[in-house]
Ligand binder design. Structure first.
Ligand code: NAD
Length: 353
């Protein structure tokens, strides 16, 4: 089978490609624009694997996307390409609308034309899988509120989540209006190896290793539900390769809620154990900074339905997954050091002025 993946050089897309190359015989065609967030190294052995093809292209470029469909005739599309960092969406929303909304529409149109030309079993088996976030559901206001699930109404509140919500609506519209066999998965905050060091866990870990302040937005009480990227990649592949039904929605989650302050303290404790700092425990570096504008209080997912539908359950507890992740960052300084020096040095983003 040929699988077209968009955004396969990103944090989650690369985990999906590694998983597919390791565990299936399918050919993976990876269409990625190679933004600041892309990393060829993250593909590991898939990078030069005969069943992996890389196409450098922008999902907003209709000609390039149509050419990819014509050349590779995919049976499955997994759409992950996106601008993905909330703070950057506060500083520059236009690129988020362009890639996440317009790019998704371009991809849907190319997929629809390709699917219309298929026949018989190939037409029946075709799937368009759109990868989305729990942030489209808005913010839970207390630790007691019921977690999000497939019935939760949309209420996005950042430029990033609004652009993802728009793309989810487009995917469902293409299913209902044109019959495109598409479905959506929404999941929680991912963490794991190869995550670009602008996101909370690698940012704090690398600052901690360099004895720099560890920025905690507001009072650190905001809660996220943390899924290990390899658990997410496994769920995505199960959905894309058979379990995902046209018109379906799957809320994937690990049931691992932690406050941001808990996350930062755990990072400090693990690093103190793995690489002690002669100056003392790293918690001394915690610095409470001005909150993110419009900072959602809590995201949490009830994954019960998706667990049954996909025959999947997250394997990693948070502390276990975080320990493995921090050990990986310690062992892979050759990857992150040049990024910190040349692409993103850890400066504050998204203050809205
Ligand atoms: P990422 O920022 O690490 O990677 C995005 C990838 O998309 C990069 O390789 C980039 O080059 C590519 N890309 C960006 N714009 C493109 C364009 N116009 N055309 C082609 N390629 C383009 O993102 P990620 O964290 O891997 O997230 C992947 C998907 O999962 C996104 O759709 C995101 O919204 C969703 N998601 C992420 C999380 C998370 O915690 N990271 C959680 C839930 C859902």
């Amino acid at each position: 089978m040929h699988i077209l993946i968009t955004g396969g050089l990103g944090f989650i897309g690369s985990a999906v490609i590694r998983h597919l190359v390791r565990t299936t015989d399918h050919v993976v065609v990876n269409l990625d624009k190679e933004t600041y967030a892309a990393s060829h190294a993250a593909l590991e052995e898939a990078r030069d694997h005969p069943r992996h093809v890389h196409l450098r292209a922008d999902i907003c470029d209709a000609g390039a996307v149509q050419a990819a469909f014509a050349a590779w005739r995919p049976q499955v599309v997994m759409h992950l390409a996106a601008e993905s960092h909330v703070d950057r969406s506060i500083d520059g929303p236009a690129e988020f609308i362009r890639t996440n909304v317009v790019g998704t529409q371009v991809l849907l149109e190319a997929a629809r034309a390709h699917w219309a030309g298929l026949e018989g079993d190939a037409k029946a088996a075709f799937r368009f899988h759109h990868v989305s976030t729990d942030e489209v559901f808005g913010s839970l206001e207390s630790a007691e509120d019921k977690p999000f699930d497939e019935t939760t109404p949309y209420d996005p509140r950042s430029p990033y989540s609004a652009s993802k919500a728009a793309s989810d609506h487009l995917v469902r519209a293409w299913h209902h209006t044109y019959g495109l066999p598409a479905f959506v998965t929404n999941t929680t905050n991912n963490y794991g190896p190869w995550q670009f060091p602008e996101k909370l866990i690698p940012l704090v870990a690398l600052n901690a290793l360099e004895c720099r302040p560890l920025p905690v937005y507001g009072d650190g009480s905001n809660i996220r539900d943390w899924i290990h990227v390899e658990d997410h990649a496994e769920a995505l592949c199960l959905a894309a390769l058979g379990a995902g039904q046209p018109g379906g929605t799957y809320c994937i989650g690990p049931r691992q809620e932690r406050s941001n302050l808990q996350v930062v303290r755990t990072i400090c404790a693990v690093l103190d154990r793995l690489r002690p700092d002669p100056a003392g425990p790293r918690e001394r570096l915690i610095a409470f900074v001005k909150d993110r504008p419009g900072h959602d209080f809590r995201y949490a997912m009830d994954p019960s339905r998706a667990e049954v539908a996909l025959g999947w359950r997250a394997r990693h507890g948070f502390e276990d997954g975080l320990g493995k992740t921090l050990a990986w960052y310690l062992a892979n300084e050759a990857w992150w050091r040049p990024i910190r020096e040349r692409r993103y040095a850890g400066q504050r983003l998204g203050t809205a002025g």
